[in-house]
Design a protein around this ligand. Sequence first.
Ligand code: SF4
Length: 372
Amino acid sequence: MKTDILLRKAPPDLPSALRQIVDYRKSGLSLNHIVGCPLDCGYCVRHLFANFEMKKPHLVLDDDAAVRELVEHWAFRKDITPIQLLNRATDPFLPGVKDHLIRTLEILDGKGLRNPVLVITRWRVEPDDIQRLERLSNIKLTILVTWSGIDDTRLEPVESSIAEASLHTLRATASRTKAILYWRPLIAGINDTDAHLARARDLSEQASATVFSGLFHREEIRSYLRSVGFEDAYPEVARRKILPRDLEARILTAFGGRPLFRKTSCGIAFAHRSADYNGHFGLKDVCDICPGAQVERCATAHARPTPERVHELARECGLSLDHIGVDDRRIEVKNSTEQQRYFIQHALNYQVHDAVLPHFPRRHGRAEIGWS
Ligand code: SF4
């Protein structure tokens, strides 16, 4: 199906956070040169950018200029830095957006870059799309298909059957392009019945790996959900995603040993038979559900960096050298930004934590709610 739809240009009053088309997130350096989405998921992070009302996708910058901005970003490293495309303010497989997605992938691939590239969608992935994606020969591409099984349209108006069809299509036609069942957001009391868990387990057969995660319950998202009459899913808001301990235990039981991951980059590592680029292996407790062969891959790659190398990278990203500690699990820093931490983490494949944002054992970087 040809979907050559011209996007309108982004308006001049676009919030400045959205004009900045490259930013660094945990799963990679993220390129977002298109903003706007009609899908209306109630828990969308666009609430945090005051962009939820922009229902039509708009082009902020053309694909060639956008790729230039990405690869010239100070943190970008050829073949190393993980890249995320169009994951902040639109869905990359929407009609019109998809042409830009595939063109952007082709430009990156044409530069001979072998970086991991993540594309997250809940929309239709068609056989024609996959045919083009399969022609890429350098980048390591993963399509993460978001599926939740939620049928409350205030939370999620998009039918889960669309994501299911995309996973089936990927299964039937993709080979070098890896597909992940991105099972999220799991919300206690909403989409966690035994039937939901069994459905996810069956669907996981269509993907190379399954990654599960909880709900971002930020103030902006909660107040939107209240405005559409949705009763608070949790009693509090939180900076990190919420996934209560009991729910995680039920998920693990339901999956009965099938490949299942708490962390996005771990699912990607397993799908591509490589070590986790975020170095979660250092935390150990993240790995207790990971297949043995994958644990070995990460164990082989896990190497404690020298203080000299950490200092070198800290200098490159402008981080103070005064409070840097390195142990067998992770690097600890102080007064850091996310960009600085992720830059060092991806350069070394070793976890980097700021002392003021501690990670608690066995909670896997999640909010406290449901774990105390
Ligand atoms: S071994 Fe640990 S770090 Fe490596 S992919 Fe598995 S869970 Fe992730």
